[in-house]
Ligand binder design. Structure first.
Ligand SMILES: *[C@@H]1O[C@H](CO)[C@@H](O)[C@H](O)[C@H]1NC(C)=O
Ligand SMILES: *[C@@H]1O[C@H](CO)[C@@H](O)[C@H](O)[C@H]1NC(C)=O
Ligand SMILES: *[C@@H]1O[C@H](CO)[C@@H](O)[C@H](O)[C@H]1NC(C)=O
Ligand SMILES: *[C@@H]1O[C@H](CO)[C@@H](O)[C@H](O)[C@H]1NC(C)=O
Ligand SMILES: *[C@@H]1O[C@H](CO)[C@@H](O)[C@H](O)[C@H]1NC(C)=O
Length: 355
């Protein structure tokens, strides 16, 4: 405590003033708390505040982005940004935090990480990105994290990991990437091989798909079980509407279809009664394709803007890949505008009111 009062730097005087008011905690930026990190680096004979290791906690602050690196004390060794609403990590987000050893960004809503996001974190040993919405990890994401020992990617949206993604993590010892979407197919063979070769410990990470391998630990997988053979099993596949519909002539009917993106050659196609539906502006048929959650999901939307009786039938969303197809179908009945109505009949009983 006495050592802190010897600080001369203006910025630290503010921190000190707040420390004196608020006990051992101090404010860094808005509501972040800064603590002494039980010094491993600072020896007994070095009383300067500026060389003291700091732990900065910015949890539960509704942060939508990472605070600028300048807002953290010079010797920040631990930075906790968990339980916020951070959506993306931009290039250079942590530049200058060259003493940082532990970065925890779990329980946010990160969907996108720009290449270069972790640049400058040369001392980083532990990185926790668990429980976010990361669907896609660029091969260059982890560049420069040569001292990283522990990486947690559990609870994200990706169903696979691209070859080479961990190449720059030369010090990695522990890895975790449990996910309800994890697809154990031929695209993960490289990873199983790499884990064995590098002697990296993989914790609590089990296949979610295909069903045949569900629950199997990644570390106990035989390479030959990792195939891309038929049948195609998709970790996620939804069509809306999902229930049969009755619609009126002239109405607009939007369909949505979304599936896990598991193969480069994957296509989402639309069929009516087994016949492919193509976009046709004169008939008011529009089809829009997109990639969502950056490469974890592929989506397509079909809109029929002016539905006609001829559109009655089975409407199908088909996911087509070289290893097989998957489909979802709903039955649509179009009522002609000339259709006669009967007066509604009401029934009330102890189960409710029916019309
Ligand atoms: C942080 O370090 C830089 C460069 O070493 C120095 O110029 C600056 O004054 C330091 N800031 C604080 C708050 O100690
Ligand atoms: C990230 O920023 C650095 C410098 O700020 C720049 O040199 C680099 O090209 C950027 N990387 C990407 C992928 O934008
Ligand atoms: C990784 O993250 C998950 C989800 O937050 C957590 O349950 C698990 O304990 C973490 N693993 C390690 C090794 O910290
Ligand atoms: C996906 O990535 C692109 C470019 O990298 C970006 O512009 C877009 O906002 C991202 N979308 C989502 C949903 O993360
Ligand atoms: C998948 O669908 C395509 C047409 O979209 C069809 O030609 C092919 O035979 C189907 N494959 C399987 C395995 O059903």
């Amino acid at each position: 405590k006495e050592s802190r009062e010897m600080s001369v730097c203006g910025l630290w005087l503010l921190v000190l003033a707040l420390e004196l008011l608020g006990g051992s905690d101090s404010a860094v930026s808005s509501d972040c708390k800064s603590y002494d990190e039980r010094s491993r680096n600072a020896g007994k004979g070095s009383p300067s505040v500026a060389t003291e290791d700091r732990k900065v906690v910015c949890s539960n602050m509704e942060l939508h982005q990472v605070l600028p690196p300048e807002s953290f004390p010079n010797r920040t060794v631990t930075l906790i940004l968990s339980n916020n609403k951070i959506q993306e990590l931009l290039n250079g987000s942590f530049i200058g935090l060259s003493t940082l050893e532990r970065l925890d960004i779990k329980n946010n809503i990160i969907t996108r990480i720009e290449p270069g996001a972790f640049l400058g974190l040369t001392a980083l040993k532990r990185l926790d990105l668990s429980n976010n919405r990361i669907g896609c990890l660029n091969v260059d994401i982890f560049k420069g994290l040569t001292n990283l020992v522990k990486l947690n990617l559990s609870g994200n949206m990706f169903s696979s990991l691209s070859q080479g993604i961990f190449d720059s993590l030369v010090s990695l010892k522990t890895l975790e990437f449990q996910s309800p979407y994890l697809l154990c197919d031929c695209n993960l063979q490289w990873l199983v091989r790499w884990i064995t070769e590098k002697g990296v410990g993989v914790k609590d990470t089990r296949c979610a798909y295909p069903r045949l391998l569900q629950g199997t630990l990644i570390t106990s997988l035989m390479l030959e079980k990792l195939t891309c053979d038929a049948p195609l099993e998709l970790p996620s596949f939804q069509m809306t509407p999902s229930q049969h519909q009755i619609v009126f002539q002239g109405d607009s009917l939007p369909f949505q279809c979304m599936a896990s993106f598991v193969d480069e050659d994957m296509q989402v196609l639309w069929y009516q009664d087994g016949k492919m539906v193509e976009p046709d502006a004169t008939q008011g048929i529009y089809i829009e394709k997109s990639m969502v959650q950056n490469c974890s999901l592929i989506a397509s939307a079909l809109t029929i803007s002016n539905i006609q009786p001829g559109f009655t039938g089975d409407w199908e969303c088909r996911v087509r890949t070289s290893r097989g197809n998957n489909t979802r179908t709903v039955h649509i009945v179009v009522l002609e505008s000339s259709a006669k109505y009967c007066a509604p009949e009401r029934v009330s009983n102890n189960k409710g009111e029916y019309r």
